[in-house]
Design a binder for this molecule. Structure first.
Ligand SMILES: [Zn+2]
Length: 434
């Protein structure tokens, strides 16, 4: 690459300006909410498609509404390096979550295009239409569809207004009968790289602009139902009670205690419901959720076993019953070591802020499209520091222009590294065509 890297501030300002432009496409007049297939969502898709075209990419919209730009390789038989993230948001969310992972690679392709440079691999940038699933409770819908792993039963899901996903697709000009056509030929994929805001305070607290993700935490969600005995709040003596809520309260604390063991392990009870709860009745039935995650499956499984055994013994001691159903399960996904190393070399090369000249490697506690893509190819993730204490899924979410620019420089450097013959298994395998 003869031309020097464009300046960090220049790249960063452009990326942030586009994030601000996308933020104007919101379902809500008062906050940032962009959910699957709403008019705001479709307007955002049109902007993204336009920027991809301006960056020299051929653009298609797939069968579930994801926008995919392609920048061809210098060799027609080459494999594809896929990059991307999602452009839907949670309700009242932040403007960088997902969007940054679309805008940064578009900026990189624009730069390659300006140089008239093609790589030995094709580049595709995927703007996934639905990852958060805020409208239809459909996490990772778009990346699952890309791998041909979307359960058609989701078409029957309804949003809060009672609109079926199937009908929302038709209104948006998509054909629900053709969702299977979103599936790509995964044998052409060389790797998937996702840029994402960290959504946590680690890089900010330690002074790193960028970080390399080591693994994406796996997690499970459970619904626990405690059944005791309801009774009159004034007449049943305390020793005779089987209070389902008091038992559940102890269980919540037991889960919290076990999941506070350290490392990447976290546990959350986010929902608790007292059936027919009222002020003068001893609670007879309580239902609550438990969400447990860790960077590796063994750690999480051990914590689950301990935490739920503690819940069982609390139930026994209190004379209540406990029923548990697992409602969600994803395995932890390790990022490919060669991609981690290549990203680390790229961060070193651009001299982004990093204390003690170290490259920070860290697990991702949140789920990302990369988890789904990992079922088909090797994945790498680059984290960008967020400001404001590291908050995300929150309107206060913020990213510095310099850091966004550093992410684009790092990604451009990664592309240059991958383009060097024999630089990694990615191209080695592409050349063999296996
Ligand atoms: Zn995200």
């Amino acid at each position: 690459m003869s031309r020097s890297l464009p300046s960090r501030s220049e790249l960063g300002r452009e990326i942030l300006a586009r994030a601000a432009a996308l933020a104007r496409h919101s379902d809500s007049a008062t906050n940032y909410t962009r959910t699957y297939l709403t008019p705001a969502h479709q307007a955002a898709a049109r902007d993204i498609a336009r920027w991809m075209r301006e960056a020299g990419m051929e653009v298609r919209v797939d069968a579930v509404g994801s926008v995919i730009g392609r920048y061809a390789a210098n060799d027609a038989g080459a494999r594809t390096l896929l990059m991307g993230s999602h452009f839907d948001s949670v309700r009242n969310g932040g403007r960088y979550d997902g969007v940054l992972g679309i805008l940064v690679p578009i900026a990189c392709v624009a730069e390659l295009n300006a140089r008239g440079e093609r790589l030995p691999c094709a580049i595709e940038v995927a703007a996934f239409a639905d990852e958060e699933g805020a409208r239809f409770q459909t996490s990772f819908l778009a990346s699952r569809a890309m791998l041909g792993r979307l359960d058609p039963a989701v078409l029957e899901r309804r949003d809060a207004q009672g609109v079926a996903l199937r009908d929302a697709m038709i209104v948006a000009g998509l054909d629900p009968a053709r969702i299977a056509e979103a599936a790509i030929d995964t044998s052409r994929l060389g790797a998937y790289v996702e840029v994402h805001i960290e959504q946590g305070p680690v890089l900010l607290d330690e002074g790193h602009a960028l970080g390399v993700v080591t693994s994406i935490a796996g997690g499970t969600r459970h619904t626990l139902t405690v059944r005791g005995e309801s009774g009159h709040a004034g007449t049943v003596p305390m020793p005779r009670r089987h209070d389902a809520l008091a038992a559940a309260a102890e269980m919540v604390l037991a889960i919290e205690k076990r999941c506070a063991a350290g490392g990447s392990l976290v546990g959350t009870v986010g929902m608790l419901e007292v059936k027919d709860g009222t002020g003068n009745v001893i609670p007879g039935e309580v239902r609550f959720s438990a969400d447990i995650r860790a960077g590796d499956d063994a750690t999480r499984e051990a914590a689950e076993a301990d935490a739920f055994a503690a819940c069982e013994s609390i139930a026994k001691r209190r004379g209540v019953t406990l029923e548990r159903t697992r409602t969600h399960h994803v395995h932890a996904v390790p990022c490919a070591p060669w991609l981690q190393d290549a990203l680390a070399r790229a961060i070193e090369a651009i001299d982004a802020p990093r204390p003690r000249n170290e490259v920070r490697r860290l697990p991702s506690g949140a789920g990302h499209d990369a988890m789904i893509l990992a079922e088909a190819t090797e994945v790498g993730m680059l984290f960008v520091r967020c400001g404001a204490g590291g908050v995300s899924h929150n309107p206060a979410e913020t990213v510095d222009a310099e850091d966004a620019g550093a992410a684009a420089q790092a990604l451009l450097t990664l592309l240059a590294l991958l383009a060097k013959k024999g630089s990694g298994s990615f191209l080695a395998r592409a050349e063999k065509g296996t």
